[in-house]
Ligand binder design. Sequence first.
Ligand code: SAH
Length: 372
Amino acid sequence: MTEKAKINLLGMTRQELTDFFAQRGEKPFRAVQVLKWIHQRDCTDFAAMTDLSKAVRGWLADEAEIRTPEIVLEQCAADGTYKWLLRLDDGNCIETVFIPEDGRGTLCVSSQVGCALDCSFCSTARQGFNRNLTSAEIIGQLQVARGRLQPEEGQSRVISNVVLMGMGEPLLNFEPVVAAVSLMVEDNAYGLSRRRVTVSTSGIIPAMDRLHETLHVALALSLHAPNDALRNELVPINRKYPLGPLMDACRRYVGKGGHHSRITMEYVMIDGVNDTPGHARELVRLLRDVPCKINLIPFNPFPDAGYRRSSEAALSRFRGILIQAGYTTITRRPRGDDIDAACGQLVGRVEDRTRRALRYARVPNASGVTPP
Ligand code: SAH
């Protein structure tokens, strides 16, 4: 007789777990007990859940499991950044990054295997796309990272912030992302504040509105260009969701008067492409009445990217114009780039269904040489 597949409880929200127990004649507080065991005590063994009755522990062990992705490779960069390559059940691999900073630690989580979008400056795009991650695979990244990181003395937790800025477009994998995020902010699970969980999007307008109604967490927008012609080139999804309607969606997200926290505008600085003073002035006009702060990200290189990082002079000129116009502007220094863990360098190991990887392999690179 073949064994029945077990139900993985790892990615279940509080409501889903409550329903799971209700269907088996158990009270709702069982869900809270199990949530705490999984997400606060890192316990994956039902036998150790001592506040559950023996009978409940018994049938849980028969029917269910708590299964996290498997670590294939762990790397630690000179600056303390960690990167993990994680294998999923189907053999695909994704990457997760931990970035320690003064007083906080940020986990950068993936939402898809590869990415279906085709942003010209991102190495994940070159991998093509395989599938969406499940909520268990998304929250599992937090579980795995937590298990590998020890809090320093006086620190209550190592991971204080989560950003969905790893592989994939989170808003094209809506339900599993929302389920995983709801566990990140659930008091009986990780209990992070909503301001400390950031969803980063290339600008999927209908999903931004849905997120606003469903679970209001911090939002980052990958802007990268101040006009449609350039953004169409760098972030091709812009053809479907252009800047005018996109800025309207940003205003809706922050609400009237910007009473929800401002949107973070991400802007990758690429030499000679989007980094001139003219671009900066255009950006100031575009963002005039959008409550936001601006994050400048020096372009991180990868093989055959065909782009270069902006010079320090260009960066500081660009930043100066934004600051003078009154925008909070931060330059994000590359972290973990010696292990290819910086923004846009995540590649995982994707079984590409889109044949995009093949297409890129045939395109001559910037030096005009076609790779073998
Ligand atoms: N799909 C989502 C989340 C993943 S990308 C999004 O587009 O927001 C996370 C951030 O890294 C985005 O702002 C992305 O534009 C940026 N990024 C991608 N490639 C990069 C590169 N080569 N150098 C610097 N930043 C990059």
